[in-house]
Design a binder for this molecule. Structure first.
Ligand SMILES: [Zn+2]
Length: 164
């Protein structure tokens, strides 16, 4: 399923790039094709909670999301655009009530930016392709990275890995 998801993403990538020549810097964040939709289009596609979290920088209540305690193997993709974001094999039990990962499945698929909301200085994590708010990353994670990506269940969709 993970392979299928990657091929789906690649297929979409190829499709959207068909009218422009391949660039030498392809692979940089700056060259990733962005997905832009109106709030109305996102609302039609997402549940109220998914819209609130991903498009309005919301946060789901801890221990309330679909995946905070999930051990199922697979790849977590962006609920908005399907981009592979996190691997269940890099998920760990942080005890914080949100799905937590010590790395992103592909670095360039997630973008980090400073977030000064609520009187705190944090690092927000968004989907590079569609700018969906995913959560925050902290530097108190386990080895080998020491990173803790604290992600809202509402921002992602688990694509189970095939047993084959
Ligand atoms: Zn996305």
């Amino acid at each position: 399923m993970a392979v299928a998801a990657v091929f789906t993403a690649l297929g979409y990538y190829t499709f959207t790039r068909r009218q422009t020549p391949r660039l030498a810097d392809e692979g940089n964040n700056t060259s990733m094709d962005k997905i832009k939709k109106t709030d109305e289009e996102w609302r039609n596609q997402l549940s109220d909670e998914q819209f609130r979290v991903t498009r309005q920088q919301g946060t789901e209540r801890p221990f309330s999301g679909e995946y905070w305690n999930t051990k199922t193997d697979g790849v977590y993709t962006c609920v908005c655009c399907g981009t592979p974001l996190f691997d269940a094999r890099q998920k760990f039990d942080s005890g914080c009530g949100w799905p937590s990962f010590w790395d992103a499945v592909i670095d360039k698929n997630v973008t980090k930016r400073p977030d000064y909301a609520h009187g705190m200085t944090r690092v927000e994590v968004i989907c590079t392709r569609c700018d969906a708010h995913l959560g925050h990353v902290f530097d108190d994670g386990p080895p080998p990275t020491g990173q803790r990506y604290c992600i809202n269940s509402a921002s992602v969709k688990l694509e189970k890995r095939d047993a084959k």
